[in-house]
Ligand binder design. Structure first.
Ligand SMILES: [Zn+2]
Ligand SMILES: [Zn+2]
Length: 649
């Protein structure tokens, strides 16, 4: 038995792709015919007390120095291509990666393991070295030899991403303390084993496959160190988009826990040593989203990134900047603009609002002239389509208003709906545009003067003037038969403003002077009942079609919207028809749930997202027992199976 001679190392052969340093040494050992691998290790690394060389070998300076003359290996090449460093480095602080490299080049193997969080994490490396039966066959054919792959030795990699088969344990427990100096080559420790295929319809198998693909990407992208802060910012940003965190970085812990538990099966998490325990305040995923003080095992990150529906590669390409109004572009929200709800606005103007605790307000302007603002931060992606305040309606909107206003077949309500405004603002803008009032056509109510007269020269904003005029016309319209003094008393603000700034116009728009006898007519209940029941039906319809989040059609909501709340509350016994109509239009729990489901599904559709059942349930806030009702179940099934939604995904 010879002691170390440098001629032994002369048998050194180039490493294979993704081969571990341990594997390389083992093959060398096989060729030297030495009887004791400790001797070779001592020769290569200058010590036998070096920690395990399977994952994070150290003393690489020595190793490179003793290689035969003319080799082209550097410490960096070995670190990047033949150790597990790139698996860890992407999820470590930038500075620590540099220290780690020094540790591995020098004499600090144990420190290196600690720097990777290897000792603090509950994820243990397998003691067996592992292999893919199909890779092994291919290696034999291509390189004439078996070898240990780096990728197959990573905790959490259970399948081969190339062949989509499960990895197998070899007979070599390389990570056991007492035999860690042994150099057992793959040739000696691998028995021919039939490959166990993964099942493409099994979600857990798909998760394992994606983890393996991600690890493969990490190993082939060394020197990729984004830093912990930027990783955490990306997490928060994606959680906000999913309604699982606020813009202040507050994570909805319960919701998040639930969502993770829905995403991964407990068996899978157990297999990966990443279980989620009930009420654990220090759960791995919570450590990931907190301000990062310590690094976490990469497998936790990979699971979390996959839960957020990204690959590692895509995830690192995301911007980590937290934008309180999303990344843009932003939609035009003018219903008559050809770009309505299309993401056509590229930038916005940002202001801090002093009156609201310094909250940021963004102003978005479309080419059509429509300008709106919204106070941030957005709390979910639905906010993208929210208007806080309309600042300018723009030329296209005004042209549409003029056209509709002059079209006698369009009712005011219809017009308001099409223009995305309430009827008051429609009238107000019609006044600003000097459109004729009342509107042309038989349905328009006749009020003494048909055309608003020219403005007087008093110092008054025309918009303000128009606003007051129309307020007054409304007063007249809503109080037929009321006398002048009654109106001026009950509507003092508008009356006195007009009598100061616009006296002449006001006088032209007062009720006739002649006094009327008080109305003492007997109430015709049958007639009233018919009227009210029509109003009720109409009110229900209006509530149902109201834009925005659905509100439940309750008796009170409908009654108050119909304008007959008091009568319905107190005299319903005299209104049989109304009573019947109410029963018909009031929504049951089930009906309301169904309506919300369609509403949420529509939101998803507009954003091009194909929702899962749990997302629909979460967004609608439907209680579990309601989600189980047949009608509701059917509705959920129908919206997650819409062909157009599927297509968009
Ligand atoms: Zn393979
Ligand atoms: Zn527009």
């Amino acid at each position: 038995m010879s002691n170390s001679t440098y001629s032994d190392i002369g048998n050194f052969a180039d490493p294979f792709p993704d081969e571990t340093l341990h594997s390389l040494c083992s093959r060398l050992f096989d060729r030297t015919r030495m009887s004791n691998s400790k001797v070779l290790i001592n020769e290569l690394f200058g010590s036998t007390s070096a920690a395990s060389i399977v994952d994070l070998p150290c003393r690489l300076n020595h190793f490179v120095a003793v290689l035969p003359f003319g080799h082209c290996y550097t410490v960096d090449i070995l670190l990047n291509n033949h150790t597990l460093l790139p698996f860890y480095s992407a999820f470590l602080p930038v500075q620590r990666v540099e220290q780690l490299k020094q540790d591995m080049a020098g004499n600090n193997g144990l420190k290196a393991q600690m720097r990777c969080g290897g000792t603090s994490s509950s994820i243990r490396a397998y003691s067996w070295l592992r292999f893919c039966p199909t890779c092994t066959k291919d290696d034999k054919a291509q390189y004439g030899s078996f070898y240990w792959h780096r990728l197959h030795q990573v905790s959490g990699v259970e399948v081969c991403p190339v062949h989509k088969v499960f990895l197998e344990n070899s007979s070599f427990k390389a990570r056991e303390r007492r035999i860690r100096y042994e150099l057992i080559s793959a040739k000696k420790a691998i028995q021919p084993t039939p490959a166990r295929l993964t099942d493409s319809s099994n979600p857990s198998h798909q998760t394992l496959l994606k983890i393996a693909q991600d690890v493969d990407w990490l190993l082939s992208h060394p020197n990729f160190v984004p830093g912990l802060e930027s990783i955490r910012d990306r997490y928060i940003k994606l959680l906000i988009e999913r309604g699982l965190a606020t813009y202040t970085g507050q994570v909805h812990i319960q919701k998040l826990t639930q969502a993770l538990n829905d995403y991964y099966s407990p068996e899978l998490l157990k297999l990966l040593q990443c279980e989620i325990k009930e009420g654990d305040n220090n759960a791995w995923f919570l450590r990931l989203v907190r301000s990062p003080k310590h690094s976490c095992h990469p497998l936790y990150h990979l699971l979390f990134i996959q839960f957020l529906e990204y690959t590692v590669e895509e995830f690192f390409q995301l911007s980590s900047e937290l934008n309180p109004f999303g990344d843009g572009p932003w939609p035009c929200l003018n219903p008559v603009c050809p770009h309505f709800r299309q993401l056509c606005i590229q930038t916005f103007e940002l202001k801090r609002d002093k009156t609201h605790g310094g909250r940021q307000t963004a102003t978005f302007s479309c080419e059509c002239g429509f300008v709106y603002s919204r106070m941030g931060p957005d709390t979910s992606s639905h906010d993208l389509f929210k208007v806080g305040k309309i600042k300018e309606r723009g030329k296209i909107w005004k042209a549409a208003l003029e056209k509709l206003w002059n079209d006698p077949t369009v009712t005011l309500m219809e017009m308001a709906k099409r223009l995305g405004a309430d009827s008051q603002s429609v009238k107000y803008h019609a006044a600003r545009l000097n459109l004729s009032y009342p509107r042309p056509g038989p349905t328009a109510r006749q009020i003494q003067k048909t055309v608003a007269p020219a403005l007087e020269s008093k110092e008054v904003e025309p918009a303000k003037l128009a606003e007051y005029r129309y307020e007054w016309l409304e007063v007249l319209q809503n109080n037929p038969g009321a006398g002048r003094s009654e109106l001026s008393e009950q509507h003092r603000r508008v009356h006195s403003w007009l009598s100061f700034y616009d006296r002449e116009w006001l006088y032209d728009h007062l009720p006739p002077l002649k006094s009327r006898p008080p109305v003492l007519a007997q109430i015709d209940w049958q007639q009233r009942d018919t009227e009210i029941s029509i109003a009720v039906r109409h009110a229900a319809e209006q509530l149902r079609n109201k834009p925005g989040k659905p509100e439940r059609l309750t008796k009170t909501a409908i009654a108050s919207n119909s304008g007959y709340l008091a009568l319905i509350q107190k005299q319903l016994n005299k209104l049989p028809l109304t009573s019947e109509t109410l029963i018909e239009v009031i929504e049951t729990t089930e009906e309301f749930a169904v309506r919300r489901i369609y509403w949420v599904a529509e939101r998803y559709r507009q954003e091009g997202i194909c929702p899962k059942a749990w997302q629909i349930i979460r967004e609608t806030g439907i209680k579990p027992y309601i989600a189980e009702m047949p009608q509701v179940k059917e509705a959920i099934a129908s919206v997650i199976n819409l062909p157009e939604l599927k297509w968009l995904n």
